[in-house]
Every structure is written in structure tokens, then in C-alpha cells.
Design a protein around this ligand. Structure first.
Ligand SMILES: Cc1cc2nc3c(=O)[nH]c(=O)nc-3n(C[C@H](O)[C@H](O)[C@H](O)COP(=O)(O)OP(=O)(O)OC[C@H]3O[C@@H](n4cnc5c(N)ncnc54)[C@H](O)[C@@H]3O)c2cc1C
Length: 280
């Protein structure tokens, strides 16, 4: 939709220009793919700061793992080639499919935009928490800090971003990319938005990570030194959600149903990774 109140769009090409654009000013927002920004009224916005002009490489690989630029289109995740030992690589394609949108939307919606929109069904959020992802954040004063994604997304549409802060990149560590993973996605309709996303990861040293998104307003992540029995994982997840954000409720699913399908998925992913040679 047209954002009639917007008076200026400022393309920024480097960090100095980003600082001059005053991203923390009232009425100013960062623009990435625009798929969420232009999907609803934004009467409070006067200025958009266009990050896509930064020219960041969409993704880079190093000994530390995979770095996804904030401006990397979600669809591009499916094009990241598998590397030797990256057992978790299929999760990248799973994440693209979990963003329930046309290929036109997926090809412009960005990694950073998905994280910052902070929808419970955020596909990149799910990928990131499954793989211990952390964001690099650029402050308007020139500062840089890093934050695990499970601490970035704090509620439905809410993040821990400070005023004017911009996500520069999402880092997925090599250790996590080498883990075996299993995942489940549940939605009310065949082509509906995700109502429950469950991922599990077993690392080479046996450490086990389980993450729930979409069924809760913010990610719920549990870790064990070794794979838990399925029954224990189910009990621990149920307790963590009840003591934490509770089961999410919206048009994509009631809390009781979300609880039931999520706990079933938890048992399934644990059992899948427990099978010799099981899962991706
Ligand atoms: C048909 C359709 C289906 C959709 N389905 C889903 C879905 O299944 N799951 C889901 O999660 N979302 C969905 N969305 C919402 C949205 O498209 C996605 O979340 C998308 O990834 C947002 O990315 P973007 O680059 O377009 O963000 P934009 O619209 O450009 O920005 C979104 C918000 O993030 C901020 N922002 C963007 N980049 C940064 C950055 N680097 N640093 C700081 N702030 C930033 C913006 O200021 C804005 O507040 C859907 C949207 C449509 C239109």
C-alpha cells in the first residue's frame, strides 16, 4: 500500500551515511524488503532509511560459520551451498518454505526484516534460534554489540533493539551448523501461516538444543548436555512455556491446540534424532 505520510526515502551506502540518517529519530524507520512496512498503514512514519543500498554481500562463509547480511533476501537462503560437515544445512531451505508467502515476497523479504518484524511465525527467527544464531547490531552512536536471537525477539512484534539500532548481520556458528537437526511445522490450513515450529539439534559432542517458535509469542529454547528422553523433553518444554510466554493465540490457532501439536512435535523430533542415522 502507499505510505502517504512518508516524505523522504534515504538510501544509505555506508555506516557514516547510516549515522547521518538518524535512524532513532521520531517518524523514521529502517526500510529493508518493505514487505511488512508496505503491508499496513504507517501514519507515524515520515522518513524511511533504505538499507538495501548498503551493498552487503548476502552471505559469507568463514571458519566461524555462516554470516547472513541483514539485507539477504530470505529466498537466497536456499541458494547457500552445503559445506562438508554442515549436517544442519537442510534447515536453510526449510526456513524459506516456512515463510508462508509467494516467491515474489520471499525474494525481497530480508533476513533482518524478518527478525525485526518479530512475528511469532518468523521463519528466520526459527532458523536462528535452532542454530544458536546471534545478531550484530549497529547503534546510531557508532557502537556495535552482539545479541543471541532468542534475546532479540522478546514478544509478538517486539524486539530488544535500542532506539535507532540496526541489525547488520545474523551469524550462525560452525559448531551448530555441524549438528544433526530435525524439524516440524504445523499450520491450521495446508497453506496457512505457521502455528507451531519446532526444531531440535544434536551437536557432535552430544549437546542437545530444542527450540519452539510460532506457538509462543517469543522463542522458547531449551538445552541439555545430552539428548533427553522424549517424555522429559515434553515435560520440560511444557513447563518452560507455562512459566514463560504461555501458548500463543491468534487466528492461526488456539492455545490448547498449539500446545497439543507442539508437544507432539517435540516428542517426534527427539525420537527422530535418537534413531541411528536419523534426521538431516
Ligand atoms: C503475503 C505475506 C506473507 C507473510 N508471511 C510471513 C510469515 O509466514 N512469517 C513471517 O514472519 N512474516 C511474514 N510476513 C511478514 C514480512 O513479510 C516478513 O516478516 C519479512 O521477512 C519482513 O522482511 P522485510 O525485509 O520485507 O522487512 P521490512 O518490511 O522492510 O521491515 C520490517 C520491520 O523491520 C524493520 N527492519 C528491517 N530491517 C531492519 C534492520 N536490518 N535493522 C533494524 N530494523 C529493521 C523495519 O523498520 C520494519 O519495522 C508476510 C508478509 C506478506 C506480505
Amino acid at each position: 500500500m502507499d505510505l502517504n505520510a512518508v516524505e523522504d526515502i534515504i538510501p544509505v551506502r555506508d555506516r557514516a551515511a547510516l549515522a547521518r540518517a538518524h535512524t532513532g529519530a521520531a517518524g523514521t524507520a529502517v526500510l529493508a524488503g518493505g514487505t511488512w512496512l508496505f503491508s499496513c498503514e504507517q501514519p507515524h512514519l515520515r522518513v524511511l532509511v533504505d538499507l538495501t543500498a548498503m551493498g552487503w554481500e548476502p552471505w559469507t562463509v568463514s571458519a566461524r560459520g555462516l554470516r547472513l547480511a541483514a539485507t539477504c533476501p530470505v529466498a537466497e537462503l536456499a541458494a547457500v551451498p552445503a559445506r562438508p560437515g554442515w549436517a544442519a544445512h537442510p534447515l536453510l531451505r526449510w526456513c524459506v518454505r516456512a515463510l508462508l508467502a509467494s516467491s515474489a515476497v520471499r525474494s525481497v523479504a530480508t533476513v533482518g526484516g524478518n527478525l525485526c518484524t518479530a512475528l511469532p511465525a518468523g521463519a528466520v527467527t526459527s532458523l536462528a534460534v535452532a542454530l544458536d544464531g546471534a545478531v550484530e547490531l549497529w547503534g546510531p552512536d557508532g557502537s556495535t554489540r552482539h545479541l543471541p536471537v532468542e534475546e532479540l525477539v522478546v514478544g509478538d512484534g517486539r524486539t530488544a533493539l535500542r532506539p535507532g539500532e540496526v541489525v547488520r548481520a545474523l551469524d550462525l556458528p560452525e559448531r551448530a551448523l555441524r549438528g544433526r537437526t530435525a524439524s516440524r511445522r504445523t499450520c491450521l490450513q495446508r497453506l496457512g501461516r505457521s502455528a507451531s515450529l519446532v526444531t531440535a539439534r544434536a551437536d557432535e559432542d552430544g549437546a542437545f538444543t530444542l527450540a519452539v517458535t510460532a506457538a509462543t509469542s517469543r522463542p522458547v529454547v531449551l538445552r541439555w548436555p545430552a539428548a533427553p528422553p522424549a517424555g522429559r523433553a515434553v515435560r520440560d518444554v511444557r513447563a518452560a512455556v507455562q512459566e514463560g510466554p504461555g501458548w500463543f493465540s491468534d487466528v492461526h490457532g488456539d492455545p490448547d491446540w498449539r500446545c497439543a501439536v507442539t508437544l507432539r512435535s517435540v516428542a517426534e523430533v527427539v525420537e527422530e534424532l535418537d534413531r541411528p542415522g536419523g534426521a538431516s
